[in-house]
Design a protein around this ligand. Structure first.
Ligand code: G3P
Ligand code: MG
Length: 232
């Protein structure tokens, strides 16, 4: 049996590197990861940067909101191991034309960052990636804004709750699929599941041929998938 599930590094490779760091992304790319998931927010001077939290407090030696610092000011702060907060431009330069599936999450569910979608899409227009980016957000209006600017892009809604009438929802909202916290069986919809760090859960999802999983430890999940392919 082939397994068609793509393994995405959730914020890169946080099991071994600072989350959303260039070092983690670089390692994952060098080890031929299928996909990279990362979170995008805007600085005060409207530069897209990659960080999960709206505030610096948890993952850096700084404090306060990203939106209140210019990029130059943000650069004084560091993630673990002296890593800087990456810009989207830096990640895109690192990726280049490597064959990896990017999933760009607009982190707009708490701070809205008006106009972030156009800034990001304009930046993506300046590069040539091997595959079209998958966009996602918990905040549906961000996906709507993205679709208005670029109707052919793949947009997926993120949610931690069960989606009722999933097929109709995806069709009506012109989505490519759903990025779900909990797998939903028997819905004829592209599903990618976060965050899958238990091998037993990954095993089940691989068997279900789910389209993708997001994991903090892509090496473990890749080894598991490789073993399953051997015994099938
Ligand atoms: O995109 C999957 C996952 O990243 C969504 O949750 O909070 O880790 O961004 P979060
Ligand atoms: Mg995310």
């Amino acid at each position: 049996m082939a397994i068609r599930t793509a393994i995405f590094g959730h914020r890169g490779y946080p099991a071994q590197f600072p989350e959303n760091s260039l070092a983690g992304f670089d390692y994952a790319l060098a080890h031929h990861i299928d996909g990279l998931e990362f979170d995008v927010q805007l600085t005060k001077d409207r530069v897209p940067v990659i960080m999960h939290d709206e505030k610096l407090n948890r993952t850096t030696d700084g404090k306060g909101f990203i939106k209140d610092y210019t990029l130059a000011e943000l650069r004084q702060f560091h993630l673990d191991r002296g890593e800087v907060i990456p810009t989207l431009a830096e990640l895109l330069a690192l990726v280049g034309d490597q064959d990896v599936q990017l999933n760009l999450e607009f982190k707009t569910n708490k701070v809205r960052y008006p106009g972030i979608e156009k800034i990001v899409l304009d930046m993506l227009d300046t590069v040539t990636l091997a595959r079209p980016v998958i966009f996602s957000s918990f905040y549906l209006p961000s996906l709507k804004a993205c679709q208005l600017l670029a109707p052919d892009e793949a947009c997926c809604w993120l949610t931690g709750k069960p989606v009722v009438n999933a097929k109709a929802f995806v069709t009506n909202e012109h989505l490519e699929g759903l990025h779900l916290k909990h797998y939903q069986a028997d819905i004829p919809v592209t599903e990618r599941i976060w965050t899958v760090d238990e091998p037993a859960e990954a095993y089940e999802l691989f068997q279900q041929q789910v389209a993708g999983i997001f994991t903090d430890d892509f090496m473990t999940m890749t080894r598991l998938r490789d073993r399953m392919l051997l015994v099938k």
